[in-house]
Ligand binder design. Structure first.
Ligand code: ADP
Ligand code: MG
Length: 319
């Protein structure tokens, strides 16, 4: 039976070494290991801070994505980490490494997309840095806040809690499949491409889930198969996931069928959905008034069981 430690892979093992080499954080501060760092404030609030790096060729293919889409997505994936704590985003900093081929007009179109997403969440651009370089690199730092002691961490899952997600999974990864294989004639191309390039972070949903009393939460960037393991490891619990209960759009299922792809594998392992994955008690779930799908249950012990499937699933690998 697969165990949670199966997920100890290159990137995460390296981050663990970095953490071990670094100074311990002061009492009351949460450092490396969650979607955001959490810092106390004096006025009954907590600050949430996160940053993410997007590198040309690693996270996007420059001639397949428009500058506007790239700007939107850069803001979205960062604001999503504030949503993952149940917080409210307050502002961002944007650092750009710009190659010659990315023109000034491209930069301005990028900013137009960045601001279109950010303004939806009243999250203004507050600063950053700009430099020349060989590859387009985008680093965003996002600041947010939530009531003191109310950030929803990865470590709060309890045995018996239900495991839920806020929306259908696998659209983004299936969209990427269509983009990279030039299948613009697929009837679901436009929908799936937008789900890949123009994700909308679940900010209001995250705050409502926190208020309802969720135990643990994170955003789905690498796929439930990988991301759930972070919650299980941080909370020292196991899980049973019902593969038949994974929400998937009809567009995604039809396209997977026509490409001969396994939709459940795409949904669990594809990543970049930016839906929220959370655990919550049955009573608390009754108080929750946002779209959600129950996909499994937290168990005691350290096993991760995929009910309804005879295989194990792993998420997206960075290294
Ligand atoms: P997410 O997918 O939510 O953005 P990551 O998987 O990128 O989170 O990172 C996991 C954790 O490790 C986060 O708490 C992040 O801040 C931390 N982290 C990642 N890279 C580094 C680094 N180079 N130095 C310090 N902390 C890091
Ligand atoms: Mg995250």
């Amino acid at each position: 039976m697969p165990t949670i430690s199966d997920s100890t892979r290159g990137e995460f093992a390296l981050i663990e070494k970095i953490r071990n080499l670094s100074a311990p954080v002061p009492e009351g501060v949460l450092g490396i290991g969650d979607d955001c760092a959490v810092l106390p404030q004096k006025d009954g609030l907590q600050s949430l801070v996160s940053c993410d790096l997007l590198v040309e060729g690693e996270h996007f293919v420059l001639d397949r994505i428009s500058p506007r889409e790239l700007g939107w997505k850069s803001a979205a994936v960062n604001i999503s980490d504030i949503a993952a704590m149940g917080g409210r985003p307050r502002g961002t900093f944007l650092s750009l490494c710009l190659p010659e081929k990315f023109s000034e007009a491209d930069v301005l179109e990028f900013i137009e997309g960045y601001n279109a997403l950010s303004s939806r969440f009243s999250c203004p651009l507050l600063g950053g840095d700009t430099t020349r370089g060989k590859l387009l690199c985008i680093n965003v730092t996002v600041l947010g806040e939530c009531p003191a002691g109310r950030a929803v961490l990865r470590s709060g899952a309890r045995s018996g809690d239900l495991i839920c997600v806020t929306g259908p999974l696998g659209d983004s990864a299936t969209g990427l499949e269509l983009i990279l294989s030039d299948r613009s004639s697929d009837p679901n191309y436009q929908y799936l491409k937008e789900r890949h390039y123009l994700p909308v972070p679940r900010v209001g949903e995250g705050m409502a889930i926190a208020k309802a009393g969720a135990g643990a939460m994170m955003d789905i960037s690498d796929g439930v198969a990988s991301d759930l393991r972070h919650i299980l490891k941080a909370s020292s619990v196991g899980a049973e996931v019902d593969c038949g209960a994974i929400p998937m759009s009809t567009q995604m299922q039809k396209t997977c069928a026509s490409l001969g792809l396994d939709p459940v594998e795409k949904a669990l392992c594809g990543g970049e959905d930016y839906e929220l994955l959370f655990t919550i008690g049955e009573q608390e779930l009754k108080r929750l008034d946002v779209e959600h799908y129950v996909i499994g249950r937290i168990t005691a012990g350290n096993s991760l069981v995929w009910k309804g499937s005879d295989r194990d699933y792993l998420g997206f690998r960075h290294f």
